[in-house]
Design a protein around this ligand. Structure first.
Ligand code: BGC
Length: 460
């Protein structure tokens, strides 16, 4: 038997991903579109001290007007899937006041994706709420669940045929933690009760919208909805859309790989267990049977240790391995974390397919970004070999964007944005990712480069 068949890392061998694996990139409305004047973040950004260097999202990358160009670039990078979010506050800027112009805008955006052959993953809520919803109490208010359901129905009726995957809510636990426990995001609260209500309402919202989307779009029922939409006949939109055979609905969940700081400490291990349950399993187990796929946003590895008298802090304070590299915003680079997290998830929910709905790095050092991409994807490959049903990977983010309270300085993009001129520049790491997408796997030359630190020039 030739050696190449016995050893997966043999020269010229590519680590192949399953057929039909989706290679994609992601963005969210408020972070890239610009001028989202009717949401709670827009208001929040006006407060002194809320955003680094007093920045505001403003026109951001002006993706609202550049989406076709951005999608062309994504296509040139051999990507086959794209994750984006709808901005609820554009569609319903005032209570019950739907904006037809914005409906047409998003139809054109989705149509532009379909015309380029992308599978579309659409998020209904990526952290932002219309200001009128926030003024009525936001997610603490049970009525928001009803408003969200109404908005979801509106979205399904207007955009249904363009969408392959629906994400109801992005990272519910991050919204709860930063908005209601740490007070760093809107509504800026530190309230256990508020956090609890918000968490419960987000679980309700997800469950209801999951069933709603299926009710409206499952094959046998959808002909009535399609008539309402008048598929293919929209003004300005030139694409033929064939609704997906099977509608798929899930959440994009922030999954954290957790371990004990002191490996042999029972109490640290208990904290790690508890943190793992709270971050990774609580939301999914409270919304059981409403996930057609598990969306995994993976960024963090946590090493936890108990600190006397600081129960909550012990659950969230992270102890870094000092020798490990970090991103420009101090997040530890720990590729094994992603395979560990995937193995754990699939052991718990063996029948649910997984999509990596976000994974990426904020850095201006593109060699680092290239190594990050290769080493994380290699870990995903190993998880798949070990039996985990991972079906797609969306790099965060396609373009540089407004990174919430950190403003514009973190650079996550495959494509660099010059915020003065709005010029787009494809970064070298994007070419590395494009090669992976083209090969549907990791060419051996790229694997070698993880160790050597400089990407081979043919990929740049
Ligand atoms: C969020 C994105 C964010 C990214 C990097 C994810 O938690 O969904 O909106 O930009 O992480 O922080």
């Amino acid at each position: 038997m030739p050696r190449s068949q016995t050893h997966p890392l043999h020269r010229h061998e590519t680590l192949r991903f399953p057929k039909d694996f989706l290679w994609g990139a992601a963005t969210s409305s408020h972070q890239v579109e610009g001028w989202n004047e009717h949401n709670d973040w827009w208001e929040w950004e006006k407060r002194v001290g809320s955003i680094a260097r007093g920045e505001r999202s403003g026109r951001s990358a002006d993706h609202y007007h550049h989406y076709e160009h951005d999608f062309d670039l994504a296509k040139q990078l051999n990507l086959g899937a794209y994750r984006l979010s709808l901005e609820w506050s554009r569609l319903e800027p005032h209570k019950n006041g739907w904006d037809r112009h914005e409906v047409e805008h998003y139809q054109n955006v989705l149509c532009a994706l379909k015309a380029r052959g992308f599978k579309v993953m659409l998020t209904l809520m990526h952290f932002t709420l219309p200001q009128w919803v926030a003024e009525e109490g936001g997610w603490e208010n049970l009525a928001t669940v009803k408003y969200f359901e109404r908005y979801a129905e509106f979205a399904v009726k207007n955009f249904g045929p363009y969408v392959d995957f629906w994400v109801t809510v992005n990272e519910p636990l991050i919204a709860v933690t930063l908005g209601y426990l740490r007070g760093r995001w809107p509504p800026g609260k530190k309230s256990l009760l508020g956090a609890f209500q918000t968490f419960l309402n987000l679980t309700r919202a997800h469950k209801r919208v999951y069933h709603l989307i299926h009710q409206l779009l499952d094959k046998e029922k959808r002909s009535a909805v399609m008539k309402i939409m008048g598929v293919g006949g929209k003004r300005g939109a030139v694409c033929v859309v064939r609704p997906p055979r099977q509608v798929q609905v899930g959440v994009a969940h922030n999954i954290v790989s957790v371990s004990a700081y002191r490996k042999h400490s029972l109490v640290d291990s208990l904290f790690a267990r508890l943190s793992d349950f709270l971050w990774n399993h609580l939301f999914i187990s409270m919304t059981r049977r409403t996930h057609d796929f598990l969306g995994v946003n993976y960024y963090f590895h946590q090493r936890l240790k108990r600190e006397k008298g600081k129960f909550f802090r012990s659950l969230v304070d992270v102890y870094r391995e000092e020798t490990r590299e970090t991103s420009d915003i101090g997040w530890e680079i720990f590729p094994q974390g992603i395979s560990e997290a995937l193995l754990d998830l699939s052991a718990e929910y063996p029948k649910i397919p997984i999509y990596i709905t976000e994974n990426g790095i904020a850095t201006v050092n593109d060699d680092k970004r290239s190594r990050f991409i290769v080493s994380y994807i290699k870990e995903i490959y190993h998880a798949i070999q070990a039996g985990v049903d991972v079906r797609g990977y969306f790099y965060w983010s396609l373009i540089d964007n407004f990174e919430w309270e950190k403003g514009f300085s973190p650079r996550f993009g495959l494509i660099e944005i010059d915020y003065k001129t709005l010029r787009r520049r494809v970064r070298p790491a994007a070419r590395v990712y494009a090669a992976i997408a083209k090969e549907n796997g990791l060419p051996h030359e790229l694997l070698r480069f993880i160790g050597h630190g400089v990407a081979p020039t043919e990929f740049l």
